[in-house]
Ligand binder design. Structure first.
Ligand code: 8YV
Length: 315
């Protein structure tokens, strides 16, 4: 194990995560893939594994900087930042951290639904600003229990969200590539039909080119002026320009978003809206879950170095 040097890549590693990795292997750290070129030749030649965190693209050109690279272990379930085809072509294994974050991401989706419908951010501001005392009750908002929810992408996280929403007596609809076995949830073969049938549209797709702009103008139009879109997946899955137009024009009722196209420098048009709840991509961001993700990332690297089966391979 000691002959492998690890490259930690990502500005988001916290002290505990960094220590866990560098206690296990000799390590070098760069804040992002764009800084890999700055490493000297001898350092690059020693790198066998990259522990990756974040969402900046990591492509074949960067992989080629490391002649001994054998694995890229992603901190996260979504690996759309990594060019997996390029890795496979170079014989480089890619791993991710599925399942351990499902609960947290689903919890946040439910929180976003409640916060948007019950206007909790506006309510908190009413208390803090003294407007409650001066102006009295806030305008009435919308009931969540018993409403219709539509999940776009019924993977592991989508199912966790649907399971939680059934406790809110919500009628569950979903769209995915094919119909799945469910406890009686309603399948829609296309996302426009799904959006037309529900009050809350929750996007739980995987990221990447295949799902870019999957929720587009037509879907948003079908959701209608009281419909709310919730996104805990990737900013790329919704046509963001179409979403902003719809929010500004009031052709949808609102949005609750944990993810954006250009994180963390999100489109300033979002900040002028009063029908949105915005979060800083914190779906998996609890101490417990981030620790589990870090352990799974390290377990993949150790398995690679020891030549045993990778716990959660992507390619
Ligand atoms: C990130 C995520 O990994 O798992 C994913 O796909 O988007 C997150 O959990 C986390 O924000 C670290 O970048």
């Amino acid at each position: 194990m000691t002959d492998a040097t690890l490259l930690l890549c990502g500005a988001g590693f916290n002290d505990e995560e960094r220590a866990r990795l560098s206690n296990a292997f000799p390590s070098v750290h760069v804040d992002g893939p764009d800084l890999m070129e700055g490493l000297d030749d001898a350092t690059r030649a020693g790198i066998r594994a990259i522990a990756f965190k974040g969402h900046k693209p990591l492509g074949g050109a960067q992989m080629d900087l490391f002649p001994e690279l054998g694995i890229i272990a992603n901190f996260g379930v979504g690996y759309d930042a990594i060019d997996v085809a390029a890795a496979t072509a170079r014989g480089v294994r890619v791993t991710n951290t599925p399942d351990v974050l499902n609960d947290d991401v689903a919890d946040l989706a439910v929180a976003l639904i409640l916060a948007q419908a019950r206007r909790m951010v506006v309510g908190a501001d009413r208390v803090a600003s003294g407007r409650w005392a001066r102006e009295g009750e806030m305008p009435l908002n919308r009931k969540v229990s018993g409403a219709k929810a539509g999940i776009v992408g019924l993977g592991r996280i989508g199912r966790e969200i649907a399971n939680r929403l059934t406790a809110f007596k919500m009628d569950i609809h979903y769209h995915s590539r094919s119909e799945k076995e469910t406890p009686g949830w309603t399948y829609h073969a296309d996302p426009v039909s799904l959006a037309g049938a529900v009050d809350f549209l929750i996007v739980a797709l995987v990221g990447g080119e295949e799902t870019r702009n999957y929720v587009g103008r037509e879907v948003l139009q079908a959701l209608g002026p009281t419909g709310v879109v919730v996104n805990i997946s990737r900013g790329t899955t919704i046509d963001e320009a179409a979403l902003l137009d719809a929010l500004e024009a009031g052709t949808i009722g609102g949005a609750a978003l944990d993810v954006f196209l250009n994180e963390p420098n999100i489109d300033p048009r979002f900040l002028a809206l009063d029908n949105v709840v915005l979060q800083p991509h914190q779906g998996s961001g609890t101490v417990e879950t981030r620790r589990a993700m870090a352990e799974l990332q390290l377990a993949n690297i150790k398995a690679f170095v020891e030549g045993t089966a990778l716990p959660t391979p992507v390619n």
